[in-house]
Write a protein that binds this ligand. Structure first.
Ligand code: NAD
Length: 302
């Protein structure tokens, strides 16, 4: 039987609708409009596209997006000074500094300077530590793994006791994904570039999360029949007639004949990432207003 396709675009729309409803409630009950500051340094074309869609989708949910465009030659001190201003601004509940930054600026210094309570990317060491110690009620969780978990839970319901394999150990995706799955009581394995016999690890997994950055790297015959596959990868490769196309880290045609369910690329995890950024901004605004924020992984159910 062919795999069920997990429609990330539709689920992301559902999440944005829920965020919009909660934004209206916060405005009505507390007079608070969630504010998201999006900081872009330089002219990186991919970053410009991301930042534009983040601001547009924020505005559509009633979040006030405030764009800060800085020149390619901005110094670390100048960017730190802007971050400090945003930290102190009560109208700003979320601060996002788009990565990568130009080489004269150390990303780690900037990410550490962001107020953890406004760190809607969830990259500050305080948020990393809160996630690692299961204090999710105080943490802001990185958007891509949060979106991946929402897709998994929406599809499978409870995932307790399942064997999950995360391929990739980046700070942005792999590591926080491991922590989230552990919090859900999965038995979690982490694979990376030095892992021996990756196909054998895959064949044991009920859940595979691939965050590698290598086009169609995970083959269909590595997948355990009926497993759920979350493909985080976004890779641009040559397509037909001189065009390019996007593919994931999993060989979709092969894997979708064996898996129980799989996310497509595009239209899987990608749309969830921005939706979760908006959800995190609302979470931060709720906490600043002393209101309980929704539990997003529970709120989005089939
Ligand atoms: P990264 O380069 O920081 O990390 C890649 C990881 O893959 C590393 O930990 C590495 O150990 C592992 N790896 C590399 N070769 C391997 C191999 N042969 N076997 C096993 N593991 C191997 O990348 P990242 O930032 O985590 O991103 C991963 C992918 O996810 C990329 O394609 C990226 O574009 C995509 N991504 C998508 C979203 C989204 O919104 N959908 C967000 C972030 C990243």
């Amino acid at each position: 039987m062919p795999a069920q396709i997990i429609d990330g675009a539709a689920i992301a729309r559902q999440l944005r609708e829920l965020v919009a409803a909660e934004v209206s409630k916060l405005k009505a009950t507390k007079g608070v409009t969630p504010g998201l500051a999006v900081v872009l340094v330089g002219e990186n074309p991919a970053s410009q596209v991301y930042v534009k869609s983040k601001s547009k989708q924020a505005a559509e949910t009633g979040i006030k997006a405030i764009d800060h465009r800085l020149s390619e030659t901005t110094t670390e001190a100048e960017l730190l000074s802007l971050v400090q201003k945003l930290n102190a601004d009560p109208a700003v509940h979320g601060i996002l500094v788009q990565l990568p930054l130009p080489s004269q600026i150390r990303s780690a210094e900037i990410l550490r300077a962001i107020d953890p309570a406004k760190d809607v990317d969830g990259f500050h060491p305080i948020n990393v530590g809160l996630l690692a110690t299961a204090q999710l009620e105080h943490a802001l969780v990185p958007c891509t793994p949060l979106g991946s978990l929402i897709l998994l839970k929406r599809h499978l319901g409870t995932i307790e006791g399942l064997n999950a394999l995360v391929i990739g150990r980046s700070n942005i995706v792999g590591r926080p994904m491991v922590q989230l799955l552990l919090n859900e009581s999965c038995t979690v394995e982490i694979a990376h570039s030095k892992t021996d016999d990756l196909p054998a690890h895959c064949r044991r997994a009920d859940i595979v999360v691939a965050a590698i950055g290598k086009p169609e790297f995970v083959r269909g015959d590595w997948i355990r029949p009926g497993a759920t596959v979350i493909d985080v990868g976004i890779n641009r490769i040559a397509g037909s007639e001189g065009k390019t196309k996007l593919v994931g880290d999993v060989a979709f045609e092969e894997a979708s004949k064996i898996a129980g369910a799989i996310t497509p690329v595009p239209g899987g995890v990608g749309p969830m990432t921005i939706a979760c950024l908006l959800a995190n901004t609302l979470t931060s605004a709720c906490r600043h207003a002393g209101v309980k924020a929704p539990e997003w992984t529970k709120a989005i159910r089939a």
